[in-house]
Design a protein around this ligand. Sequence first.
Ligand code: SF4
Length: 267
Amino acid sequence: MDKEQIRKLAENPNFIPGIYNYCDRWCERCPFTSRCMNFALSEEQFDDPETRDITNKAFWNKLSEMFRITLEMVKETAKEQGIDLDSLDLQAASNEHRIARDTAGNHECSRAAKAYGEMVGNWFDSAKDIFEKKADDLSLKVRLELPNSDPASEAAGLKDSVDIIRWYRHLIYVKLVRAITGALEETSQSPDEVPKDSDGSAKIALISIDRSIAAWGQMRKHFPQREDDILDILVHLDRLRRKTETIFPDARAFVRPGFDHKNQDRG
Ligand code: SF4
């Protein structure tokens, strides 16, 4: 796909501008794939299975080509708008951004989010035996055809909770670092009424925490024998949620394009 094809694609009026900036990147579960330019672009660019495999050279070649085209388009847009990119001190801006990012990475919320990711990894590493036992119990229930028992939906519910926990495990950290970096970089001159990108990122982090808490609540029911350590995780997540809400008091009210517009046509 070349620049012209990308421009043509971008002209589709069905796309919701910027929807992909404040989503959780879980395209498989997203109700807005048909309204998302990012999704359409990925489908076009990575249509060959080889280019979808991160371990394959074809994937990296494709990604590098995308970066090259994007850079060319940025330069062209800047030129059209009379912005001389050469006159900007990009090196200084990049250094400032790196410093803000490092500071954000060391923020107590980021550290707590990173610790959560490790807690999840440790929990699953230590839970192999109870998952095996659960699988045996569910198979037995299927064979016995017990009344008032629905092992298929129990298994589906468990899988869903595990999928949710795994999906958001690292996303919480990534979105919090982005939110805090943004907050550090947003100028104090920004008018209050302009929605802040940092609030949008913090909102995704909060949504990810909410969903993870709900999923761990389900895990608690599936694995009562691990109640204590699941409760530790829930307490950790709840503290992180409250701290994030304190630092980003306007995040919950941030309106994400598409997702937070009532009656948005899902195409
Ligand atoms: S908005 Fe939906 S389809 Fe687009 S990148 Fe995000 S999750 Fe994927």
